[in-house]
Write a protein that binds this ligand. Sequence first.
Ligand code: COA
Length: 398
Amino acid sequence: MNMRYSKISGWGKYVPEKVLTNFDLEKMVDTSDEWITQRTGIKARRIAADDETTSTMAVAAAHKALDVAKLTPTDLDLIIVSTSSPDHLVPIVSSTVQHQLGATCPAFTVVTGCTGFVYGLATGHQFIATGAYDNVLVIGVELISRFVDWTDRNTCVLFGDGAGAVVLTPSNTPTGVKAIDLGSDGAKGMSLAVPGLGTAMKLDHDVIDRGDHYLKMDGRTVFKFATRVMPQSTLKVLENAGMTIDDIDLLIPHQANARIVDLAVRRLGISPDKVFLNLQKYGNTSAASIPLALVEAYEEGRIKEGDHVCMVSFGAGLTWASAIVQWGQPLGDSAEIMDEDLIWDIDALRRKLARASTGVRVKARTLMEETSYKASSLMLPLYTSVGRRLPWSKKKEK
Ligand code: COA
C-alpha cells in the first residue's frame, strides 16, 4: 500500500461584520487603546451578531473551503469541529454543523481551547493516513464573545469571534501534514477557565452572581506558559519532520498576543518576515485563530505552492499543538526520481539529494519512506523479470 498523505485541498474563513475597536472598549471599561496596543498588539476584534451562532459561522467557513476543494457536503467522510464555545453543551455542535451543511458523514467536536484547530488537523490527518476516510473537513470556530465578561478589562480586550476551515484529501505525493507535536499540562488548567459551567459546580444564582459562567484568566501564568511552550513545541515539530527553522517558509503562531509571538520568534531565531500576524484585526479568536491566519496568509500571497508552513498554538487545558504542513504540490516530479534513481542506484540519489536545496532534501527524506513501501512491493517482480540488473546480481556476474 502506498503511503497516504493528507493535502489541504480547500480553505475558507468567516468573520462577523461587527468590528469592536480599542476605542469602543475605552467607553466600556477602564482601558485605553495605548495599553491594549502596547501589551497585546490588538487594535480591533469581530463580534457575532445576535442571530449568529457558532454553528452558523462554522458552516459559512466550511462552504467556502468546500468550494475551493470542489467538493459538495455529501462528498465529506468526516467533519471535525474544534471549538470551546459550542451552540449548546448537548447536542454537540459538530452534529449541528453536519446537519446545517447537508452532509451525511460522521462528525465530532474537539475541545482543546485555542489549540483545537491543530488538534483537529492532526486527528483528521490520521483518518486519511490510515485509509479510513478520504475527504475530511476540519473547522476551527469560536463565538467566545458570549463567554466574555464585558466588564472585566483583564479579558474582554483580548478575544474575538470567527471561523476558519480546511478540507483534507488524500495524496500519494508527500505533501500536506508532515509532522505534528501535541501536548497537555493540566496542572495550571484553572488559570484559563470558565469555572461555573460543567459538572464540577452546580449552576445556581451564586455562580451567576460571581460571574463564574464567564471566562476567567490569570494572564501572567498563561503568558509564562505560552512563551515557554511556543518555541519548545516549534522545535519539537521541526525535529519530528527532520527539518530546521530555516526550512520553514512561514510561521503561523496562535494569534493571542504580539508580545508572546515576539518572544517566541526571538528564541527561535526566525526572521520576523517569515511570521504571519493578523491579531491586530481580530484579537484572539481561540480555535479559529490559526485557520483564520492560514487562510489570510494564503489570500495575501504569503504562502506559495510547495511552501512549508509551521503552525504553533497554546491554550486552555493548558495545551499546546504544532503542525508542519506543505502547501499544494511539492516542487518537481517525485515519481520520476523514485523510479529511475532510487530503485536502481540509491547512492546516486543520495548524492543528488545532498546537492539539492533544502526544500527538496525534506521532500526526499519523505520519499525515502515512501520508496521503502514501493521497493517492497516491487521486489518480487523485479527479481524475477530483471534480476540481472539488481546490485547483488551484478556482483555475482563479476
Ligand atoms: N487596560 C488597562 N489596564 C489593564 C488592563 C486593560 N485592559 N488589563 C489589565 N490591566 C492592568 C492590571 O489590572 C494591572 O494593574 P495593577 O498593576 O494595578 O494590578 C496592570 O494592568 C498590569 O497587569 P499585568 O497582568 O501585569 O499586565 P501584563 O503585562 O501581564 O499584560 C496580559 C496582561 C493579559 C495582556 C498578558 O498577561 C497576557 O497576554 N497574558 C496571556 C493571555 C492569553 O494569551 N490568553 C489567551 C490564551 S489562549
